[in-house]
Design a protein around this ligand. Structure first.
Ligand code: ISJ
Length: 114
């Protein structure tokens, strides 16, 4: 049996969902450019990849924002933790590259328009 046709309203909503997904991908790409540079600056400055105090601030801020926005704060925290875990992996790799002498002290310029 063929399923019923997808109603026009759902098709319209999907166009907006696609736009939002595109914005999320672009925002995440920009965020990773910032955190990549933070990773270089931390490695050169002798700072550890993870910063639990900064994490605490972000959890408190995002939990409040999510609650205010009507987004499940547990979901928001899971999403934040997922991204930060990936950032910390990047920072550990960058630090290891400096430690192995594969990177010198020149921190690559921030390229937000690439
Ligand atoms: C990017 C940083 O490094 C880590 C990653 C963070 C993030 O992705 O927001 C926040 C804190 C750190 O655990 C930072 O210290 O700002």
């Amino acid at each position: 049996m063929t399923p019923p046709a997808v109603p026009d309203e759902i098709l319209g909503l999907r166009r907006s969902i696609d736009n939002i997904d595109a914005a999320l991908v672009h925002l995440l790409a920009e965020r990773f450019k910032m955190t990549e540079r933070v990773g270089h600056l931390k490695a050169v400055g002798g700072l550890p990849p993870a910063d639990p105090a900064r994490d605490r601030q972000q959890i408190d801020r995002l939990t409040a924002m999510a609650t205010e926005a009507g987004l499940d704060p547990e979901f928001a925290e899971g999403f934040r933790a997922f991204i930060v875990a990936e950032v910390i992996r990047h920072h550990e790799r960058i630090a290891a590259e400096y430690a192995a002498g594969h990177l010198e002290g020149d921190v690559p310029a921030l390229d937000t328009f690439a």
